[in-house]
Design a protein around this ligand. Structure first.
Ligand SMILES: Cc1cc2nc3c(=O)[nH]c(=O)nc-3n(C[C@H](O)[C@H](O)[C@H](O)COP(=O)(O)O)c2cc1C
Length: 364
């Protein structure tokens, strides 16, 4: 059953294969080899940031005032002009054919069924056109600002022609220190990488280019120029400080994406959740903020929104859904997340998503 209306069926009894995210996690682990599991769960260095991202959520507690709860909260919201059945996007995660051959094609179909939108990475296992054709919700195309500016602009034009509505800009200066992958000698394009990675791409050369860390790096001035020339509005991902949030807005960003890539870039950077409140306070209430890194259940979406996010993006959770059972596993993951989000709103007495605030968080 889909829940595009924002109303949720909250009965425990169901004929669905999965009744909790735990069951999906278990199946995903059964289906993936150890090397594939490590690709999904690797962070960098000692994986301190990866752990901190989750620990940051665990530090928060909620208020549930008596006689305030309601049974009809509405989980719908509008972010970046999109109507969402609940405040979530599919995060742009690449190499996803490792988890299921249908990758972002399945992610898009599941997102459409549930009523949310999809961000598609340049490193997807499928071409941006194929992903766009698979559903009506492939709306944000993620790409790195690197190398020749005209080539970057051309890629954006290609995304626009395929129907994407936003560009998600990222910056990745140098290869990351991922020891699990180093121990496994796992390379997404190497011998131990999945044979089908890149199989669906219309231009496999783009992947090789993406992993070419010798191309010229950009600065904020170049980014601002490309954003000004871009055929689509740009949101900037990887924001973890007030300074970068301001720089992104000065460069013309239409929205901010607070994220440390799930602890996959540099270890010992702060938990994404810990930097979120100061960024929201600094930029004011009007700037759209997407958040990811550390969301593990529906109530985490509540915490992120109470601390200033407008919506979250879901990475590893949806990769688990994909690995567990393709499109169905992703859809079920999204439904369970929406249901838990709905339940938490109901206990708070929030009838609308926009009512969530820091007042819902317990202050000792
Ligand atoms: C397997 C995997 C591949 C990823 N590939 C990309 C990518 O190509 N581009 C990108 O912007 N982020 C990428 N990410 C980061 C996700 O978009 C997202 O920021 C991250 O998963 C959030 O952390 P969480 O899943 O622990 O909540 C990847 C994440 C994973 C797990």
């Amino acid at each position: 059953m889909t829940q595009k209306t924002g109303r949720v069926d909250d009965r425990y009894s169901t004929n669905e294969k999965y009744t909790t995210l735990r069951g999906i996690h278990r199946d995903a682990q059964r289906h993936l080899s150890e090397t594939e599991w490590n690709y999904l769960w690797c962070g960098t260095g000692d994986e301190v940031t990866l752990k901190d991202n989750v620990a940051a959520f665990d530090r928060y507690r909620f208020n549930t005032p008596m006689f305030a709860g309601i049974d009809n909260p509405d989980t719908r919201t509008k972010v970046l002009g999109f109507d969402l059945s609940f405040p979530a996007f599919v995060a742009p995660f690449g190499g996803e054919a490792v988890f299921h051959p249908e990758g972002h094609l399945a992610l898009g179909r599941a997102a459409q069924a549930v009523g949310i939108q999809q961000m598609v990475p340049v490193a997807s296992s499928h071409s941006l056109e194929d992903v766009a054709a698979a559903s009506s919700v492939a709306s944000v195309f993620q790409m790195t600002f690197v190398g020749d500016e005209d080539a970057v602009l051309e890629m954006m034009e290609r995304a626009k022609a395929a129907g994407y509505k936003y560009i998600c800009v990222t910056y990745s200066p140098i290869r990351q220190w991922r020891e699990r992958m180093m121990e496994d000698r796992f390379s997404i394009r190497g011998e131990k990488g999945p044979a089908n990675f890149g199989a669906g791409r219309s231009d496999p050369a783009a992947l090789v280019e993406l992993l070419d860390f010798t191309r010229p790096r950009w600065n904020w001035q170049q980014a601002a120029r490309a954003i000004a020339r871009a055929p689509l509005p740009c949101i900037v991902k990887g924001i973890t400080s007030v300074k970068d949030a301001q720089a992104a807005l000065d460069a013309g960003a239409a929205g901010l994406y607070v994220s440390n890539y799930g602890g996959r870039t540099v270890d010992r950077t702060p938990a994404a959740l810990d930097v979120l409140p100061s960024i929201r306070k600094a930029v004011g209430g009007e700037v759209p903020i997407i958040f990811d890194s550390g969301i593990r259940r529906g109530s985490d979406i509540v915490t992120a929104l109470a601390l200033g996010a407008d919506a979250v993006a879901l990475g590893r959770l949806l990769a688990l859904g994909l690995a567990a059972d393709g499109e169905y596993g992703v859809r079920r993951t999204l439904e369970l997340l929406q249901r838990e989000f709905w339940t938490t709103l109901g206990h708070f007495g929030c009838s609308r998503v926009e009512e969530l605030s820091e007042a819902n968080l317990y202050q000792p």
